[in-house]
Ligand binder design. Structure first.
Ligand code: GLA
Length: 373
């Protein structure tokens, strides 16, 4: 990975990559839920990246990286208080489960049995229902291993939670590598056949949260097809070519370039909020699938994953009603999400890669976020 450590452009880079592990995770009380449950914030730092994670929702409350002159910014939207997260967070920085993105009317059939999962987005289920993994309190355990530092996050979701079958034991590992990369490893097991699709919902703004819109960010996505949706943002089942449409990010372009094109798919979602069918498909190891760059600061994020899909959401429903951690109002397009995943509504789409998990199997998914500047 190319990095510029200050060089002719600026002062020496303040925190070079470490070979032996960065700052050990530090725990502090962040706040309390209404029922008195204590919520902790863990702070860790490695290879120049600083990460703050809450035990509520496994939320990335802050992720700081430097620019090409060593100036740090928090590049992830969030709040300062637990009350704000509980009251009104549109999944800022949160772990998403049991099922990332939408399930048509929250209904699906598994081994001939019909299930009704929670409906929390119009007529549909979204991100595991009203009390998904983003609203659960996770057990967190820190680790340092060789050049890495990180956190293990555990949650057991009881059989029937939000309408999903099976006791789902989930372990998520957040690792900051010696290179300052943020890696997420997801694992889950079940005692009954169920469906699983886990992801993380960081809202990226590489110029820094509270700095305005991301329309000037450049984005590249290694996908020749996407899954068009109907009105409720449920995929039609088609895998449509991106060629000749606003959905073509195979060659980098700015987020804003085609965002206002009068394309029916953009009207349905008020912008981009679609699943890209990654050309590489499902892979055993994470492979590079997207690059996001803020030309002004030089901060660049590359995303690699084992997953077959990417939900690129251009922050369309962020509507100027929330005040973020930087003290300013978040408006539409002030950030974007790159959610690695299996495709939305897969339990009802026989042609999509399956999301069924059975007893004896282990669900595994890995996504790596690398930063350069
Ligand atoms: C995902 C969905 C969006 C929206 C956001 C959260 O990206 O696809 O439609 O619900 O989460 O607001």
């Amino acid at each position: 990975m190319h990095r510029s450590y200050g060089g002719p452009k600026g002062p020496p880079y303040p925190c070079p990559p470490t070979a032996t592990g960065g700052r050990k995770p530090v725990k502090e009380l962040f706040g309390k839920l209404a029922d008195g449950t204590e919520i902790y914030r863990w702070s860790l730092e490695n290879g120049g990246t600083r990460l703050k994670v809450l035990s509520y929702g496994g939320i990335v409350q802050s992720l700081e990286i430097p620019d090409s002159r060593g100036r740090y910014a928090n590049v992830s939207l969030g709040f300062d208080t637990i009350e704000d997260y509980v009251a009104s967070s549109p999944y800022f920085g949160a772990l998403i489960g049991r099922y990332g993105n939408r399930i048509d009317q929250g209904r699906f059939t598994l081994d001939g049995k019909a299930y009704q999962a929670d409906v929390n987005d119009g007529a549909n289920g979204l991100h595991g229902g009203a009390e998904g993994f983003d609203k659960r309190v996770w057990d967190i355990e820190p680790f340092t291993e060789g050049p890495d530092v990180g956190l293990y996050l555990h949650h057991t979701s009881v059989d029937g939670e939000m309408g999903f079958p099976g006791t789902l034991k989930t372990k998520v590992t957040y690792t900051l590598t010696g290179q300052g990369d943020w890696r997420i490893d997801y694992e889950a097991t079940t005692d009954k056949a169920t469906v699983v699709n886990l992801t993380n919902h960081v809202y990226w703004n590489l110029a820094g949260e509270s700095s305005g819109s991301v329309y000037d960010h450049e984005l590249e996505i290694a996908a020749s097809r996407y899954t068009p949706v109907g009105k409720g943002l449920i995929p039609t089942g088609e895998l449509a070519p991106v060629a000749g449409t606003p959905f073509d990010f195979r060659v980098k372009k700015t987020v804003g370039e085609d965002l206002r094109e009068a394309h029916q798919q953009l009207l349905y979602a008020q912008g981009f909020d679609h699943n890209w069918v990654l050309d590489k498909g499902i892979t055993a190891k994470p492979e590079h699938i997207a690059t996001l760059r803020d030309p002004a600061s030089g901060r660049t994020l590359t995303v690699s994953t084992t997953e077959p899909g990417l939900q690129f959401y251009s922050g369309n429903f962020v509507d100027g009603t929330l005040v973020g951690s930087g003290g300013s109002i978040y408006r539409q397009g002030d950030a974007l999400c790159l959610e690695t995943q299996h495709f939305p509504d897969s339990p009802n789409q026989p042609e999509f890669p399956p999301t069924t998990l059975r007893p004896g199997e282990t669900y595994r998914s890995t996504t790596l976020h690398s930063f350069s500047y």
